[in-house]
Design a binder for this molecule. Structure first.
Ligand SMILES: Nc1ncnc2c1ncn2[C@@H]1O[C@H](COP(=O)(O)OP(=O)(O)O)[C@@H](O)[C@H]1O
Ligand SMILES: [Mg+2]
Length: 578
């Protein structure tokens, strides 16, 4: 509850920017109620004071006033709806932009444990439902309540007795509405839950569509989908049923009440206790009384859902899983990289050290190769150096700067990364090489592509560098993707290259091209490479052989082969066959 209050305050920080408009829109609420409530009263006046007496002049005035009320009712309602939608959309836009920026800066640790679907729904449906409730839920609920109170007051002024009868209907009414509110809430929850599951399922199935089809799992996939689809239909139907029952029950109560009023009111009229106008006005008021009542149950559901969204959105803002960043920058990097007794374990796996006591140093232009069995911690070394994770013990330095004292952007600027899995975006080839960095000129981009021998291929595509990769990686072969990622690393001008070589085999033509591209890259940068390629390892200035997070051998190829230890064995197993 406390948390909810805090989140509401944070939400208010966003709404506050539009407080003038908000105030205006809120001011319209009583105005609207007034124009709405005045209408039956004017009818009463027309009947009692004009029609029955035959005062045509007064009837004209009242007709004119009535038309005015209807017009202002319409105008203020339109302006109000527009204002609330406008404020709602503006607020949602701000929150969405801030949230996007927030999650964009969260560390790899956060993404290790958060499914992508969660991030997506925070940024889309959760924020949208917040708006929905604000623009149509909360505010109209306020207006409805105000109108209800207003109606009861006017009724009471017109005839306390008839009002008393009207109020008698309220207790059974509250019971009915409450019963259906609970049922509807459960149905809505079920709908959202199933919808979420269905979305997740569809996404996963189609991401893996190729595997699914190749392994002929379509029928199993359909079976599971049918179950979800069935549950969804079931919960939607039950919500529709409850909704329909609620509406018709309220309608019936409405009619019963009107019958009661006419029956009882007629006696009153005959006994001269009320006028005919009051009776007519009452029937009209009762109608206006029931309309918002019908809506209230649905609005409660929307509101409850919005509170849940509020919680999800602002608790995401509360996640401060950033990488510790210092304030120093590096003016001119000389090229010295050093690990001093670095040990590390991933969060949540503290009892399982991934690196223990890793030390090495590297000078400008050198090539360091990391070799070792899978899972021995090679990729983790690259991750720590590029500040994707922190929380290690020991020290990592760039020149004389401790990595933890450096600004995150200052570090990332020095480093070009080529990962084991190449990420290409569904955009133009040019974008995929420059990543939208304006500092990289077209000439430079083309030069980089030429150097890694992918230029000719790109030019053979329709549109050349403007060719849009419709489906990211899927549109290119593994070798071509790799070369594009080399061009990306080369164009970026960063002095350090971190490369996690792909273990996937490529055909021999691509192999030659990749080797050539790699040689160009390595010649220009200080590099740490997780090496699976014989030539990369052989030419390395230093080789670190990893096993279970420890450096067990260190030296160049010749020395390590002569030593005939772990590396020599690994070398014979892994590379000798190539
Ligand atoms: N994000 C992560 N969270 C938890 N454990 C991880 C994570 N990434 C890697 N690991 C574990 O750390 C160990 C070393 O992984 P990694 O550095 O990728 O090895 P290598 O690149 O040598 O194959 C493995 O046992 C792996 O399971
Ligand atoms: Mg790896």
């Amino acid at each position: 509850m406390n948390q909810d209050k805090r989140y509401l305050i944070e939400y208010w920080q966003y709404l506050k920017k539009h407080r003038l408009l908000l105030g205006l829109a809120l001011l319209l609420i009583p105005l609207l109620s007034f124009f709405n409530l005045a209408q039956p009263y004017l009818i009463k006046k027309a009947i009692d004071d004009a029609i029955i007496v035959g005062d045509m002049a007064l009837l004209q005035v009242i007709t004119f006033l009535f038309a005015g009320c209807v017009l202002f009712d319409f105008l203020s309602r339109s302006v109000q709806v527009f204002l609330f939608q406008y404020i709602g959309q503006k607020t949602v836009q701000d929150i969405r932009a801030d949230l996007f920026q927030h999650v964009l800066n969260l560390s790899a640790r956060y993404y290790d444990k958060t499914p992508l679907g969660v991030v997506t729904s925070r940024l889309t449906s959760d924020i949208e439902s917040l708006n929905e409730s604000f623009a149509s839920g909360l505010v109209t609920l306020l207006a409805d309540l105000l109108t209800l109170i207003g109606i009861v007051i006017v009724m009471f002024l017109l005839s306390p007795k008839l009002t008393f009868i009207t109020i008698l209907i309220l207790p059974p009414m509250v019971l009915v509405v409450n019963f259906f509110r609970i049922k509807l809430r459960a149905a809505f929850d079920m709908i959202r839950l199933t919808l979420g599951k269905m979305n997740g399922y569809i996404q996963e199935q189609f991401q893996g569509i190729a595997v699914l089809q190749l392994f002929q799992q379509e029928s199993r996939s359909i079976q599971r989908f049918k179950v979800l689809n069935q549950t969804y239909k079931h919960s939607t139907l039950s919500s529709v049923t409850y909704d329909a029952m609620l509406y018709s029950l309220i309608d019936s109560l409405n009619s019963i009440l009107i019958a009661l009023i006419i029956w009882y009111g007629w006696g009153q009229y005959v006994g001269n206790m009320v006028t005919l106008g009051v009776l007519v006005a009452f029937v009209d008021y009762i109608h206006r009384f029931f309309t918002p009542l019908k809506e209230i149950s649905t609005k409660f559901a929307i509101l409850q859902h919005a509170l849940a969204s509020l919680d999800k959105i602002f608790s995401t803002f509360d996640i401060k899983d950033y990488i510790r960043s210092g304030d120093q920058t590096i003016q001119s990097f000389e090229g010295n990289i050093m690990f001093k007794s670095v040990s590390f374990a991933y969060k949540g796996f503290e009892d399982k050290p991934v690196l223990s006591d890793v030390s090495f140093s590297l000078k400008k232009g050198q090539l360091l190769a990391l070799v070792g069995p899978t899972g021995s911690g090679k990729t983790t070394v690259l991750r720590l150096l590029s500040k994707l994770y922190d929380g290690y013990t020991g020290q990592i330095t760039l020149d004389s700067h401790d990595l933890t004292t450096l600004q995150l952007p200052a570090v990332r600027k020095l480093i070009a990364v080529v990962n084991q899995e190449i990420t290409l975006f569904s955009q133009s080839i040019a974008f995929n090489i420059t990543l939208g960095n304006k500092a990289i000129s077209t000439a430079k981009m083309i030069e980089a592509a030429k150097q890694v021998s992918i230029h000719d291929f790109i030019m053979s595509l329709p549109g050349g560098y403007d060719y849009c990769l419709e489906r990211g990686n899927q549109s290119l072969s593994a070798g071509q993707s790799q070369l594009i990622s080399f061009a990306r690393a080369l164009a970026s001008d960063s002095p350090i290259l971190l490369l996690d070589e792909a273990t996937a085999a490529v055909d021999s033509v691509a192999e030659a091209a990749i080797q050539k591209g790699l040689d160009v890259l390595l010649a220009q940068k200080t590099a740490i490479v997780v090496a699976h390629r014989l030539s990369t390892v052989q030419h390395a200035d230093i080789i670190l052989a990893f096993n279970e997070g420890k450096v067990i051998e260190c030296g160049n190829h010749k020395a390590l082969i002569q030593r005939d230890g772990f590396y020599a064995k690994l070398f014979n197993m892994q590379f000798a066959g190539i």
